[in-house]
Design a protein around this ligand. Structure first.
Ligand SMILES: Nc1nc2c(c(=O)[nH]1)N[C@H]1C(S)=C(S)[C@@H](COP(=O)(O)O)O[C@H]1N2
Ligand SMILES: [Mo]
Length: 422
């Protein structure tokens, strides 16, 4: 009996949704639609043959779905950053062609033939590997996000950049193929290192900046990958071709591109990239270091300033991304009233460790303004903080590791703007 009732309610609801959709199409049906009634150019001739584009590019209609930079952020494009168009993507995998880039001395061209990886320091046998050598170790596949620690860094003092691409686009999420760093370290032998508990590795790239970083041995032996494929194909030049380091859940700066050397050491180097940069200045003027993991964070990608609502009230898909450097996302809440009330969003699939999770909230929009927010919760129970909560701990002088709740003010005309609700 109860089952019957609920089934009937479900059918009714289904019909109601169907009815809403019919309103739009029957209005159009009143006048014949030439797109339906007339033979169109694309049906009057032949399309491209199979070899028109031996390596495919997106169709021209999608040519605004590109990485973009913010010119005033950096003095030039060499030591700079651009942003993933997350407002226009769906699902979770970032195509390499529009995945953000961050270089300290430009993207270099390094062939597989010229590639060398040196393992030295406190190892039994210092070794040098060619690219072909790396291909002979057992491989693994993993999907991980890579987020620059500076992502959302311009938003500390107030709402600044108008678009999810610019506030949250220093992130990409790819399926990597590579060899665990532990396998390569084992090949060189770690007997000479003695007690591994207090040992570190120093990793550096082949580019002029070298971007050297110290990684504690525990992480190096855990899930760090020496990767040479992303989303099934070779890494792109800008992402470190032919080999980059993948450091799951930890800040993007540690994901050394064009990886050339791994040195086993008895302490951290305290390089430029882990002292004057990539440390967090606190309220009292002191700085904290070794803030490696990216805390749980989320953002509504649509609607958002670059993805306004164009269809008026009625069915509306609210969607976004959530992630945590400390494990899997377990829940995402969405608020339409600036955090006064929350609804639990639907996860497209269960959250995976250190990978992007897509969420949806399918609503019937009444056409009224919204203050849209999302709030991520990860498997450790951590809840993404508000801007005010984050400032209490971090003050206003920080750049890196801003994981606060983002607000989009959506107006009745569907346009959205970056605003601060703290
Ligand atoms: N060798 C080298 N590795 C590097 C960098 C660099 O400039 N040189 N930039 C780092 C920074 S700050 C980030 S956020 C990530 C960005 O990776 P991507 O360019 O693939 O997005 O690479 C890191 N690895
Ligand atoms: Mo970065």
């Amino acid at each position: 009996m109860t089952q019957k009732t609920s089934r009937r309610t479900f059918l009714k609801k289904g019909l109601a949704a169907g009815a809403a959709a019919t309103v739009a199409s029957s209005a159009r049906a009143a006048t014949p639609d030439p797109l339906i009634t007339e033979v169109q150019p694309w049906a009057s001739g032949l399309g491209d043959g199979v070899d028109a584009t031996p390596y495919g590019l997106p169709i021209e209609f999608e040519d605004d779905v590109i990485r973009r930079n913010v010119e005033w952020l950096t003095a030039d494009t060499i030591s700079s950053i651009n942003f993933t168009p997350i407002h226009a993507l769906d699902g979770t995998i970032t195509p390499q062609g529009c995945a953000f880039e961050r270089h300290h001395s430009g993207a270099i061209e390094l062939s597989k033939q010229d590639y060398r990886l040196m393992i030295n320091g406190l190892v039994d046998r210092p070794l040098v590997f060619s690219y072909a050598d790396l291909e002979r170790f057992p491989r693994e596949n993993h999907v991980y996000f890579c987020e620059c620690a500076a992502n959302t860094g311009m938003e500390w003092a107030g709402a600044q950049l108008n678009g999810a691409q610019f506030t949250h686009g220093m992130i990409h999420n790819m399926e990597y193929t590579g060899v665990p760093l532990r396998t390569i370290l084992a090949e060189a032998g770690l007997e000479a290192a003695g007690d591994l508990a207090d040992k570190w590795v120093y990793v550096e790239g082949a580019d002029a900046s070298s971007n050297g970083r110290s990684i504690p041995m525990e992480k190096a032996l855990d899930d760090v990958l020496v990767a040479f494929k992303a989303n099934g194909e070779a890494l792109r030049k800008e992402h470190g071709y032919p080999v980059r380091l993948v450091v799951p859940g930890w800040e993007g700066n540690m994901w050394v591109k064009w990886l050339r050397r791994v040195e086993v050491m008895d302490g951290p180097v305290e390089s430029r990239e882990e002292t004057s940069k990539y440390t967090d200045t606190l309220e009292d003027g002191t700085s904290r270091k070794w803030t490696w993991a990216m805390d749980a964070k989320s953002v509504v990608t649509s609607p958002s300033p670059q993805a306004p609502i164009t269809h008026g009230k009625g069915p509306l898909v609210i969607t976004g991304l959530a992630w945590s450097g400390r494990g899997a996302i377990t829940r995402v809440d969405v608020s339409k009233d600036g955090g006064k009330s929350w609804e639990t969003a639907r996860l497209a699939k269960p959250g995976e460790k250190m990978a992007l999770t897509r969420f949806y909230l399918d609503i019937d929009w009444d056409g009224e303004e919204m203050f849209l927010q999302s709030r991520a919760i990860d498997e450790t129970g951590y809840v993404q903080p508000t801007k005010a909560q984050l400032r209490e701990v971090r003050g206003l002088n920080s750049i890196y590791h801003n994981n606060c709740i983002q607000t989009w003010w959506v107006r009745p005309n569907g346009e959205a703007e970056n605003v601060e609700v703290s």
